[in-house]
Write a protein that binds this ligand. Structure first.
Ligand SMILES: *Cc1c(COP(=O)(O)O)cnc(C)c1O
Length: 367
């Protein structure tokens, strides 16, 4: 039987490392949920046991993100990619004003592509010219007249660029794909018209996507929408219009429980994440150009640390040696190359320290 000692440090960008406590609890409860006598994999989505799981998960998640009276919180399927389409289907279809996209990396561009099928769009800023290595200065953002919404990606998972301060958009609803930094730091929910996050980066496993939407925006959804693409369906049916992904919601619930009751909340989580990311960025900065970070210093991601070595050949050697040291999945996304160390909430400090030491040793052996 596998044990904790068999586990490597997994730096995958997603699906990604889960808190050990979550895996252990899921394992312990897998044969039979306490007091239920059945596995969570076997229970009806209309059972009392699942009522409790869903209710507790929504309550804990709501508490983590500071859910108030202004927003609805729903759980959906289809990943963040379905939200690329659902957001404009609900908020843009039938509107004459353009949806504005601020493009800071690959995922934002994917979102824009879907919106272009649905209604008028406008690119308010595009970081492509510099390889998506930075955020716009406030004065660089050129919004169109009275946009129907402004879309950002809080953390571009592939490039490793993360917003530190939200852009000012006045009364326009701000829409955010926060898939890869969801629950990594406190969130100013009242600044958002809508935010969405798939779970498999930082909040659980693939199959469930969280969406928080300001109540007044629900009035925009056209009645012609298929029910399963209409946010109002998920609001009115309590995230359960049909069979939801029971196991994925259960794991999301375990992660929320871990964040609230073991970590102590998102402030504490953010402090841990900042400390972990700083360990790696310090290595880049002290490496005299051996490790070259992709993102500009003021918008470095605390979730995905992206960098290059002097040559692609050396990067290959780096990956192979790292793997032999139990440091796994460090290869950068195929579209940008290089190295990417994803250090989500669940990556223990020990993993980051091991990577830091490996990076220093690797460089010292070559200079
Ligand atoms: C992973 C990711 C996506 C895609 O998520 P899917 O659930 O695979 O559709 C979208 N946006 C961001 C920022 C991501 O990190």
């Amino acid at each position: 039987m596998a044990t904790v000692a068999d586990r490597v440090f997994n730096f995958s960008a997603g699906p990604a490392v889960l808190p050990l406590a979550v895996l252990e609890r899921a394992r312990d409860e897998l044969l039979s949920l306490p007091g239920v006598g059945m596995s969570v994999l076997e229970i009806s989505h209309r059972s009392k046991a699942f009522d409790e799981i869903l209710e507790r998960t929504l309550a804990d998640l709501g508490s983590l993100i500071g859910l108030g009276d202004d927003h609805e919180l729903v759980l959906l399927q289809g990943g963040a990619s379905l939200q690329f389409a659902m957001v404009p289907l609900n908020l843009l279809a039938g509107q004459s004003a353009a949806a504005n996209y601020i493009l800071t990396g690959t995922w934002g561009k994917s979102g824009l592509k879907e919106a272009m099928r649905i209604g008028p769009t406008h690119i308010a800023w595009d970081g492509e010219q510099t390889g998506y290595d930075r955020l716009p200065a406030p004065t660089d953002i050129g919004l169109s007249e009275n946009p129907s919404f402004v879309h950002i990606t809080s953390n571009e998972t592939i490039q490793g660029v993360q917003w530190q301060q939200l852009p000012e958009v006045g009364d326009t609803p701000l829409v955010c794909d926060c898939s890869s930094d969801f629950l990594s730091r406190p969130i100013e929910l009242n600044r958002f018209g809508l935010l969405y996050a798939c779970a498999q980066k930082n909040a659980g496993i693939a199959g469930v996507t969280a969406v928080a939407i300001r109540k007044d925006l629900l009035e925009r959804s056209p009645d012609s929408l298929p029910a399963m693409l209409d946010y109002r369906t998920f609001v009115s049916k309590g995230s359960r219009p049909n069979t939801p992904p029971v196991f994925a919601i259960y794991v999301l619930g375990l992660v929320c429980d871990w964040l609230l009751r073991e970590v102590g909340g998102l402030e504490q989580m953010a402090a841990q994440n900042a400390a972990k990311a700083a360990l790696l960025y310090d290595v880049l900065d002290a490496s005299e150009g051996f490790y070259r970070g992709h993102a500009a210093a003021d918008c470095r991601s605390q979730m995905n640390v992206t960098f290059r070595l002097p040559s692609p050949e050396l990067e290959q050697v780096f990956l192979e040696e790292a793997s032999r040291h139990g440091l796994s999945d460090l290869k950068g996304h195929r579209s940008v190359g290089g190295i990417r160390a994803s250090v989500y909430n669940a990556m223990p400090e020990a993993g980051v320290l091991a990577l830091r030491d490996f990076m220093n040793d690797f460089r010292n052996a070559r200079s």
